[in-house]
Design a protein around this ligand. Sequence first.
Ligand code: ADP
Ligand code: ASP
Ligand code: MG
Length: 411
Amino acid sequence: MALYVQKYGGTSVGTVERIEHVADKVKSFHDAGHQVVVTVSAMSGETNRLIGLAKDISENPAPREMDVLVSTGEQVTIALLSMALQKRGVDARSYTGWQVGIKTDSSFMKARIEDIDTDSMRSQLDAGGVVIVAGFQGIDDDNNITTLGRGGSDTTGVALAAALNADECQIYTDVDGVYTTDPRVVPMARRMDHVTFEEMLEMASLGSKVLQIRSVEFAGKYKVPLRVLSTFKEGNGTLITMEENSSVENPVISGIAFNRDEAKITVQGVPDIPGVASRILVPVSEANIEVDMIVQNVSEDGTTDFTFTVHRNDYQKALTLLKTLAEELKAEGVNGNDDICKVSMVGVGMRSHAGVASKMFKVLADENINILAITTSEIKISVVIAEKYLELAVRALHTAFDLDAAEEDNA
Ligand code: ADP
Ligand code: ASP
Ligand code: MG
């Protein structure tokens, strides 16, 4: 008998019929003698709908009230799933985040889980029941409702699995595992049986939304066995493994991630003197704007261009801030655009192979795609390009680095 924590995402509980289907799946694990704790997302589209309602009332709603609002979506699905299981004769009980004591810090809309009280879940499990917990939400020390950031139900699942010392955390979604890249963009993407934590962490942080990055961090920290699999199709999905598989040679590139959420800002003609980077970036970080990539050009005539990228949501704010700052810095001007994207190649095998970057740049050049910025780390290379070339770039790289599935694999 095993203890499983299962998380079902928004599409998996998107209609009443799908909730009934999830109930059948949960029941089959329960009937086989396993203990099951389930966490669910809101029905697909619901969180966006709720955010839209708030935006209709206020451009800048209070984060505390946003969390009271957006946490309601998950309360609907836990109740419905519990009813569906009860209809099938399974003793299921639903709990909101606060009812099971998911304690978080007070960073509304991006709270971090600090502690989970497992007593009530344990007694329900010991009594032979199924526990259903609302994903995405928790409570802070002052009893305020908090939420964990978009995609946060993944993190609820992994945190529950860590707290309960579960045998496996299973993330059920609308794809049958982690692919070499988003299978919706590259039909030739290949499902991986295994991916290392390190690679999954990079993929998630670089834009592969199949797992929320914090869920991967949590799984790494608490050594939670984590698997991504389909709600709708049988199969073993993808296991996120702790160790690099040393018996097989690691592929140089295991995946390609991309992110459309960035925007680029260039401060032109700033004096090339010590302290300029900090004079630009300190006010940006004080305005709570996170900077991703930074590029400074070589100096010409004692001046240089300074480019960085931010989240698209912060683009206008950053641009306004920089326009004021540019005058103080005696820069020539500021420009930016938000029709860019970031494409990244990830692979632990990259460590031992030279020439990955140059091959990547050649592939993009052959497609006539201009690179606007580059960053690298031991196991990843990212480039910023115009958003209109995203699909072309990802598909070309996927083929060039031998990631395409054989025809029969995707049949
Ligand atoms: P859920 O609602 O179940 O949480 P998400 O939409 O958050 O589902 O995540 C699943 C989606 O992630 C897939 O539909 C797919 O389009 C996208 N995705 C992005 N990158 C990958 C990848 N490398 N492998 C699999 N899916 C990916
Ligand atoms: N419902 C939340 C969201 O849409 C959390 C989740 O689905 O994981 O972001
Ligand atoms: Mg998700």
